[in-house]
Design a protein around this ligand. Sequence first.
Ligand code: ATP
Length: 339
Amino acid sequence: MASHTVALVPGDGIGPETSAAMQRVVEASGADIVWDVAEAGAHLVEEHGTPLPASTIEAVKRNKVAIKGPVATPVGTGFRSVNVALRRELGLYACLRPVLSIPGAGGRYDGVDIVIVRENSEDLYAGIEFEEGSEGARKLIALCEEEGAGAIRPDSGISVKPISKAASERIVRFAFDYARRHGRRKVTAVHKANIMKHTDGLFLRAAREVVMDPALFDVVVFPNLYGDIASDLAAGLVGGLGIAPGANIGDEYAVFEAVHGSAPDIAGQDKANPTAQILSAAMMLAHLGEAEAAERIRRAVRAVYAEGAHLTADIRKATGSSKPAASCTEFTDALIAAF
Ligand code: ATP
């Protein structure tokens, strides 16, 4: 089996715990992975003056492929989100979030198998904002009035929602390519084009097919903001954030990461569910051409959930079970035993 070096960014909060669990499971899968560890997170601000040091971006560029734990955005420190910065820096324009039922994980529905493709580079996440009362806000309000585009109250803050033809076509093409490569039959584009004619309308025109029946959902492609909301909600369909994996992909680089955040409420207590990061690692292995190791991990995950004896607290809660919860370490031990 070929050896691959990938960048590992453990992140903060529960990130170091779920990352360590993920590393043990990847090793047990038989894949030959060398980890090039790089740091990101709020804990670096004091020493480095930023939660995302240049050396971390370099590590991802050097290895082309990375897996990361969650990184919290320090609130009120003037730093933009590390995740958004990394996506921008590396041109990771597509966010891929498979939503797959795992029997025993406490999902509300069986048989959910949807792939969410989220545009990652523009929309309200572009960070183009004008503060209430600023010169920019004043000019923009005047322009909208001049153009007859509409009246905006003078005491408004304004966020701009740019959606371009190029980025829309690129993400829709990505969704269709993904569907073709993975034997999926349908691509559904989600939009609100009747209200936002010039942004969502443009996105819609870039997409070729829209199906209204959710039973037909297969690959679903979203602009940035709706994709964020929908992927958190869809995780709820299959058992919650603890099991939802993801990837951010560009033409040159790919960064794999769980959908969930850094969960500061349970950090450092060996309570986190590492499934989401472990399934993100399975996506990474498939991306690296190690399909067998990826499938071994997915099989072991299904086996541990089906057996149900070693599940973490979030899953106990989701399934309404009174059985004792396993720690992150105990769950990982059971997973490795299931190989
Ligand atoms: P962010 O703003 O960073 O995306 P968030 O507000 O979405 O974060 P999370 O950090 O994802 O929040 O946590 C939301 C809730 O889900 C918390 O109560 C957290 O403990 C729980 N949670 C998230 N991930 C996990 C996990 N892997 N295992 C167990 N519980 C989790």
